[in-house]
Design a binder for this molecule. Sequence first.
Ligand code: SAM
Ligand code: SF4
Length: 329
Amino acid sequence: MPLFDNHGRPINYLRLAVTDRCNLRCFYCMPAEGISYVPKKELLSYEEMIRLVRVLAEMGINKVRITGGEPFVRRDLVSFLRKLTDISGIEEVHITTNGVLTTPYVAELKAMGVASVNLSLDTFDRQRFREITRRDEFDRVLNCFHSLLEHDISTKINAVVMEGKNTQDIIPLTELTRQYPVSVRFIEEMPFNGEGSHYPILVWTHRKILEVLKQHYPAIEKIPDSPTSTSYNYQVPGHQGTVGIIAAFSRTFCGTCNRIRLTAQGTLKTCLYDQGVLDIKQIIRKGASDKTVRQTFAQAFRNRAKDGFEAEQQHRQHSVSESMSTIGG
Ligand code: SAM
Ligand code: SF4
């Protein structure tokens, strides 16, 4: 049965962060040093996650994206994924990964029917990769990219566009779509790096990214977007893949938002820009029944902010500087 929020938007998509830990230190996501990870016992256990997903599946969630932190740094991720793909009602499991540890598991992901993998790769230049991620792992990520394609797993490349860091990569990354059937998505940078905003105003907006694409590829064509897509999608004629632009900071997609988030420590977010609306971990650890969990979720879905601006407004009263590694993107 479809689940609707208080603004009439269907909710069917859960983004589940399985850890806040990561083996990279991306400039736009985390500070270089001084990160305090959540103590292990405060993370949801796999059993707790499976229970919550089962309850949400009964309520109408049919799509789950595994994210983090870096999902593959959590031990036994693959056995957890197997259990997740077996939950009745969960039709699609997707993963977002930085690709550093992923390659050995790609064949298994294919075998268990993982629907797609989003690989974060902001540049095809080894040196810039090291500057952005503060780690020298470009080769392993590149291997992962090729392995995903070899195993015929639907693949998207996520690239955050950053002034002074990788704007020269917009065209080389788009060139990947000439040869490979991938979707390359350029994302506006959000101020979720654990330290606050990097710039007084965002220069690399979705409009500016599109201008660069149009200048280089005058024949680039708009292609249809799926109804709940967060990206505006394009294709260069003759290219195998597509290009998307995600207005993550401009927030042009809130009207059709079908997603909720569970952070690694078990906080429900009904908007990327809220500060967490419910501590579901505490509720289940106090012994709540599935019925109570369902009712608690349902109440939160009936109180969803209209859009990311309203959610952020409520957030502002608390001066928190979040990192995307706890939110999950
Ligand atoms: N570690 C995995 C990875 O990097 O793919 C999964 C977690 S990461 C937080 C999920 C996505 O969020 C990545 O594609 C990353 O590029 C994006 N992201 C992180 N910080 C961001 C920011 N400040 N603005 C926009 N996107 C961001
Ligand atoms: Fe790690 Fe992903 Fe954040 Fe980069 S974007 S620091 S890979 S969680």
